[in-house]
Ligand binder design. Structure first.
Ligand code: CA
Length: 219
């Protein structure tokens, strides 16, 4: 999974810098934080594909971080720690961490485990998402309304799927525009409104609500 968005939360500058460089080399977009509370705020507001999380951190420790994150999000978490005890490992995993590595760790092992988490994440997408009388088939990228297939363009489909996967939350325009980051067309922002308008025409005016200055939402 290239272009994955990774957050690294680690207060030891050498390790933080080392991981940032290594992950950037892998082609990931890397965001960093040296403190637990700022890292958590980032993890809750942005959609990362995975988080590498130290346990002993300033302000909020890794255990509290995962516990709080899991109240809202399923972002895969790999915990790093100097605390080499089975009890700590169990605690981390019980709170919702997906994997665990003890310091000092081997960088290649960490990279391999992160790849596994990213792969699992991309496979975990639900095959079907149901919203009221709509069903999205995420494998075939098709939408059915009351049993009949509705024809959407690729972009309309991706916008709809992204909103559906974040049902109940307002998705920002920037986040939706990131879906099109790979086509070099400078007029995305206007087109986003056109795509949303087309989705509404095809699937119903009330499906997607506009939150002025914030983004779009499917309830
Ligand atoms: Ca630490």
């Amino acid at each position: 999974m290239n272009n994955a968005n990774i957050l690294v939360v680690e207060d030891e500058p050498d390790i933080l810098n080392g991981l940032q460089k290594a992950f950037s080399k892998e082609g990931y977009n890397v965001d960093v934080s040296a403190s637990g509370d700022i890292g958590l705020a980032k993890a809750l507001t942005k959609n990362y594909d995975a988080i590498v999380l130290d346990i002993l951190l300033p302000n909020i420790d890794g255990f509290s971080f995962v516990k709080r994150l899991r109240e809202e999000k399923l972002t895969p978490v790999l915990m790093l720690t100097a605390l080499d005890s089975t009890e700590n490992k169990v605690q981390g995993l019980d709170l919702g961490a997906d994997d665990y590595l003890t310091k000092p760790f081997d960088l290649n092992e960490l990279k391999a485990r992160l790849r596994v988490l990213l792969r699992q994440k991309s496979q975990n997408k639900a095959a079907r998402i149901v919203i009221g009388n709509l069903t999205l088939d995420t494998l075939k990228r098709q939408v059915a309304k009351e049993g009949g297939t509705i024809s959407l363009t690729n972009k309309e489909y991706f916008i709809l799927e992204h909103l559906a996967m974040n049902q109940g939350k307002v998705v920002t325009r920037d986040e939706l525009l990131e879906l099109f980051i790979d086509d070099n067309d400078g007029t995305h922002s206007n087109k986003l409104d056109v795509h949303v308008s087309n989705i509404r025409k095809k699937l119903g005016r009330d499906l997607i609500t506009t939150h002025r200055g914030a983004g779009y939402c499917i309830r």
